[in-house]
Design a protein. Structure first.
Length: 246
């Protein structure tokens, strides 16, 4: 996620070079609306996401686009480890320094769930750049929203069983209800993001392929070690999608 955040910050440079071109022509639509269905999986963990996005072209050529969208994501896994989530414990920092900070292993415990399923509905931020009429590259990331799903029971595994009598105990947890994009481990809840290459089959239909990155979070019904009740799973997965352009 740290590398993805850096890419997210740098991608606009691809488009702003186009803004100053005096010879640029209006080759692309100024406003594009896209309905999109994506699938991602790494074997034990996967997502299905349905989104609607509105992209606005900038500059004379409209090659660089920035936009927003609504995305519903259903994430599911088996035998998935959810680790201590709060940045104050994982890196000791809740600022941009968390992007490059090493994990504090001694603070990180785990809840292992035999089965998980979290549904999230988020507003997304979208950036895209048209390399040609056939190929485009882009990234998107969820910004804010909410999650819901069934209560799950997992096994709590303390990093140091000596310091926690709860290690090995069964713990109930529900999906963290509120989702918010902040900085790396300071994020809250469940957030979906993608980096992709798009290929236009025709004016209306396109295919996307790339990397999906999923943050998913459960909140246990009781406070555990370090007075923490939030546990997160991070999954990077190959992603494929089909899109319809209005």
């Amino acid at each position: 996620m740290k590398k993805f955040c850096l890419l997210f910050l740098l991608l606009p440079a691809l488009g702003f070079a186009q803004l100053n071109s005096a010879t640029a022509q209006s080759e692309f639509k100024k406003v594009t609306e896209v309905l999109d269905l994506s699938l991602a999986s790494n074997g034990d963990f996967g997502t299905v996401a349905l989104s609607f996005n509105r992209l606005h072209g900038l500059g004379k050529s409209h090659r660089f686009r920035i936009g927003y969208g609504l995305r519903f994501t259903s994430a599911f896994g088996s035998n998935t480890d959810y680790r201590t989530a709060p940045a104050r414990l994982t890196s000791g920092s809740q600022s941009f320094a968390a992007l490059v900070s090493e994990d504090i292993i001694a603070n990180i415990d785990t809840v292992r769930f035999p089965k998980t399923q979290i549904n999230s509905f988020n507003i997304s931020i979208n950036l895209e750049y048209a390399l040609s009429r056939k190929f485009e590259i882009g990234i998107n990331i969820d910004a804010i929203g909410f999650s819901f799903g069934a209560t799950q029971t997992g096994t709590f595994i303390a990093n140091s069983p000596v310091r926690s009598s709860l290690s090995g105990s069964a713990q109930e947890a529900k999906p963290t209800a509120f989702n918010l994009l902040l900085v790396s481990d300071s994020d809250l809840g469940s957030l979906n993001s993608e980096a992709y290459v798009r290929y236009r089959l025709n004016q209306r239909v396109s295919l996307r392929g790339g990397l999906g990155f999923q943050f998913n979070e459960y909140t246990t019904t009781r406070k555990l070690t370090f007075e923490n009740d939030r546990f997160r799973s991070k999954n990077a997965m190959p992603m494929l999608a089909i899109s319809y352009h209005f």
